[in-house]
Design a protein around this ligand. Structure first.
Ligand code: GDP
Length: 367
């Protein structure tokens, strides 16, 4: 923006172009005395918080300053999209500070899920990525599950220091922070006076006590998230809104399942068995013969096999095949950001297809 106007709340450079991006201010507000970006304005006037997004390089530049602080880091991820939301660059960003890993949206998991196993898997995923975490919490920001317990843990771990909350967009960071604000009685007044001169560039501070704050950092956009390949309408369809109902398919070899037209699983070889599918209840699953699958996809993608809708189809990278030979029983094929399929007996060969850039993976099932 001309004259490089700065938000008086968080110090970020103001812009009037993109509401979803950092530093947005409506043109009409430029005349005001107190110039606040939308994020600071909402926090200040409504105690409501909103996460904004940054591209990865800007994000890294900005949040890497955390590594020069002495603080606790809370890394929020979406348990339905661990590959897409776990920040591999976290150690670089936060330096030696302790990291609490928090898996959000557990309310969507079927009741049968063994949360102890899920927690264990998250520990190992973090370790694989070179991220040392002090503990893992499974929460639901929207229904408040485990939030009080997490708040106690954060209080204990922070040892009177600041807390930085870090996460990819769409993991539920705003919902989490809003819940946190709501629950922190006595802090309300402090929030409205949370007013920091432009030194922190986009970090929003929510005072915890006189000397320390919970600090929100801008959300990072991860281009490998399924969420970035689909239209808004499709995102609504593929994002579970309530507890997922597993759908069972008895499959013979040489059969294929389509998950809308966004992913596909071929049962290439093995004994007849059950494939348990965990996707948003609104995602249609279509079964066909493997030999017909290619032509069905060509003819019906966006029609019978939808989502994708027309908008998504224009952007969607081609589906890419990954082959797996699976020996173990209870193995999950994971389509990050979309769902997963549990193969009950094992001893199978399967091909799993997802849009190029979305990394399919396998894991031991949580059930
Ligand atoms: P942010 O981009 O990280 O700030 O994410 P938001 O807080 O805006 O949340 C992204 C989407 O996830 C919204 O549709 C929320 O309603 C939803 N969401 C956030 N937390 C939860 C949760 O614990 N459970 C469920 N089911 N949805 C959630």
């Amino acid at each position: 923006m001309e004259n490089n106007l700065i938000c008086e709340g968080c110090g970020v450079e103001l812009q009037t172009i993109n509401e979803k991006e950092i530093g947005y201010i409506p043109k009409s507000s430029l005349e005001k005395n107190n110039l606040l970006c939308k994020r600071c304005f909402q926090l200040r006037h409504y105690n409501k918080h909103e996460t904004v997004a940054l591209e990865s390089d800007d994000f890294l530049d900005m949040v890497s300053s955390i590594n020069t602080t002495d603080s606790l880091v809370v890394h929020l991820i979406d348990i339905f999209d661990v590959e897409g939301t776990l920040l591999k660059s976290l150690p670089r960003i936060v330096g030696a500070n302790p990291i609490l890993l928090v898996g959000n949206k557990v309310d969507l998991l079927p009741k049968s899920t063994n949360q102890r196993k899920l927690k264990h898997w998250l520990f190992s995923k973090a370790k694989e990525a070179g991220i040392n975490v002090v503990d893992v919490y499974l929460i639901s920001s929207s229904i408040g599950h485990q939030l009080d317990e997490l708040a106690v843990e954060m209080e204990y771990r922070r040892q009177s220091k600041d807390i930085y909350v870090v996460g990819v967009t769409n993991v539920g960071k705003s919902t989490f922070i809003n819940q946190f604000i709501k629950r922190s009685t006595g802090v309300k007044e402090a929030i409205t006076t949370s007013y920091f001169p432009g030194t922190t560039l986009g970090f929003i501070k929510i005072p915890l006590d006189r000397d320390s704050s919970l600090i929100d950092t801008p959300g990072i956009m991860n281009r490998h998230q399924m969420a970035h390949y689909v239209s808004k309408t499709d995102l609504k369809v593929i994002t579970p809104k309530k507890e997922i109902k597993p759908r069972n398919y008895q499959l013979n070899e040489s059969q294929t399942l389509f998950f809308g037209g966004l992913a596909r699983l071929d049962f290439v070889k093995g004994d007849k068995q059950t494939f348990v599918c965990y996707f948003a209840n609104e995602v249609p699953i279509h079964r066909t013969k493997l030999e017909n699958a290619d032509s069905l996809y060509e003819r019906q993608v966006g029609e019978l096999l939808s989502p994708p809708d027309e908008v998504t189809l224009n952007e969607l990278p081609p589906l890419v095949k990954n082959s797996y030979r699976i020996s173990d029983e209870y193995t999950d094929i994971v389509f990050p950001g979309l769902g997963w399929v549990t193969i009950l007996n094992g001893e199978v060969t399967v091909n799993a297809y997802a849009p190029k850039g979305v990394a399919v993976s396998i894991r031991k099932s949580f059930n």
